[in-house]
Ligand binder design. Structure first.
Ligand SMILES: Cc1cc2nc3c(=O)[nH]c(=O)nc-3n(C[C@H](O)[C@H](O)[C@H](O)COP(=O)(O)OP(=O)(O)OC[C@H]3O[C@@H](n4cnc5c(N)ncnc54)[C@H](O)[C@@H]3O)c2cc1C
Ligand code: SF4
Length: 251
C-alpha cells in the first residue's frame, strides 16, 4: 500500500483550473496538469483499505457508487506513490480502454465512495488517473498492438464510447473490425455533445489515430438502416455490435 498514514499526513490538493480571465478568451480545456511530485503525494493518501469501495462499482437505489469500470484504483495509487508510473499505466488499462476520456468527463463516483472521504477529503482519484494516462501518451507507452488474426470480421455500429470500447476489445483479440458511424467524425456525444472546455476534440482524434493504426477501420457519414441496409452488414460480417445509444442533442 501507499504511505500508511498518508491520508492523515497530507491534505487533499486539487489541480488548478485555468484562470477565468484566460478561459473566456478561448474554448480550450480548463483543466491543468499538476506537478507529478504532488500527484505522488496525493496517491499516498490512499490507505488501501480492506474493502476499497472506490473500485467496487455497484448500483445503490438507482445511483452508482464506486467505479463502474472496477478500475484497480488502490493498486495504481500505490504504484504512483512508488514512482512506478509505467506499471500504474499497465494496471489502469487492465480495466479501462480510454482513461483519457474518463479522467476528463467521468463524474467520479469512485471519489464519492472513497473511505478517506468519510472523515477527511477523498483521494484525488480522477486526477491521478488523468496524470497516469497523459504521462503514458507522453512517454510512448500507449501501443497499437493486436493479437494474431482470428479471421472473423465484425461490424460495430456507432462510434460513441460504447462502440469504440467494443471495437477496441474486439480488435485486441484479433478480429477484423469496421466501425460504421452516421456522423462525419467518430466519437459520438463525446465529439458532438461534451464541450471542448471539458474534453478537447484533439484528445478523441488522438485515440482514433491509435485505433486506426492498430487496424480498426472507420466508415463515416454512413447511417445504417438508411445509407446501408442492416441486412448487408449481416451478410458481409460474421457478427455485428450495435451501440447507437443516444440521439443528437436537440433532436
Ligand atoms: C452536452 C452533453 C454533455 C455531456 N457531458 C458528459 C459528461 O461530462 N460526463 C459524462 O460522463 N457524460 C456526459 N455526457 C453523456 C455522454 O456523452 C454519453 O453518455 C455517451 O456519449 C454515450 O455513449 P454511447 O456510445 O452509448 O452513445 P453515443 O455517444 O450517443 O454514440 C452513439 C453513436 O452512434 C451513432 N449512430 C446512431 N445510430 C446510427 C446508425 N443507424 N448508423 C450509424 N451510426 C449511428 C451516433 O451518430 C453516435 O455517434 C454528455 C452528453 C451531452 C449531450
Ligand atoms: S474517475 Fe476514473 S476511477 Fe473514478 S469512477 Fe470514473 S472511470 Fe472510475
Amino acid at each position: 500500500m501507499g504511505k500508511a498514514t498518508g491520508f492523515m499526513d497530507y491534505p487533499r490538493i486539487d489541480p488548478d483550473q485555468r484562470p477565468a480571465q484566460e478561459r473566456i478568451m478561448d474554448w480550450n480545456e480548463i483543466k491543468t496538469h499538476q506537478d507529478l511530485a504532488v500527484v505522488s503525494t496525493q496517491a499516498a493518501r490512499c490507505m488501501n483499505c480492506g474493502v476499497p469501495f472506490c473500485h467496487s462499482g455497484v448500483i445503490l437505489n438507482g445511483m452508482t457508487s464506486g467505479c463502474p469500470l472496477h478500475n484497480l484504483i488502490p493498486e495504481w495509487n500505490d504504484l504512483v506513490y512508488q514512482g512506478q508510473w509505467e506499471e500504474a499505466y499497465q494496471r489502469l488499462v487492465r480495466t479501462n480502454p480510454f482513461p483519457e476520456f474518463t479522467a476528463r468527463v467521468c463524474p467520479a463516483p469512485c471519489e464519492g465512495a472513497c473511505t478517506a472521504g468519510y472523515k477527511w477529503d477523498p483521494v484525488t482519484i480522477k486526477n491521478i488517473e488523468f496524470e497516469i494516462i497523459e504521462k503514458a501518451f507522453a512517454e510512448g507507452w500507449v501501443k497499437t498492438s493486436k493479437a494474431a488474426p482470428t479471421g472473423y470480421r465484425v461490424a460495430v455500429v456507432g462510434s460513441g464510447p460504447a462502440g469504440l470500447s467494443a471495437a477496441y476489445y474486439l480488435n485486441a483479440v484479433g478480429h477484423d473490425v469496421t466501425v460504421y458511424e452516421r456522423d462525419d467524425r467518430p466519437g459520438g456525444l463525446m465529439m458532438y455533445g461534451i464541450p471542448n472546455m471539458k474534453l478537447d476534440k484533439i484528445i478523441i482524434d488522438r485515440r482514433i489515430g491509435y485505433m486506426r493504426e492498430s487496424g480498426i477501420k472507420f466508415i463515416l457519414s454512413t447511417d445504417i438502416g438508411k445509407d446501408l441496409p442492416a441486412q448487408e452488414l449481416v451478410a458481409k460480417y460474421d457478427a455485428w455490435f450495435s451501440a447507437p445509444e443516444h440521439e443528437r442533442p436537440g433532436s
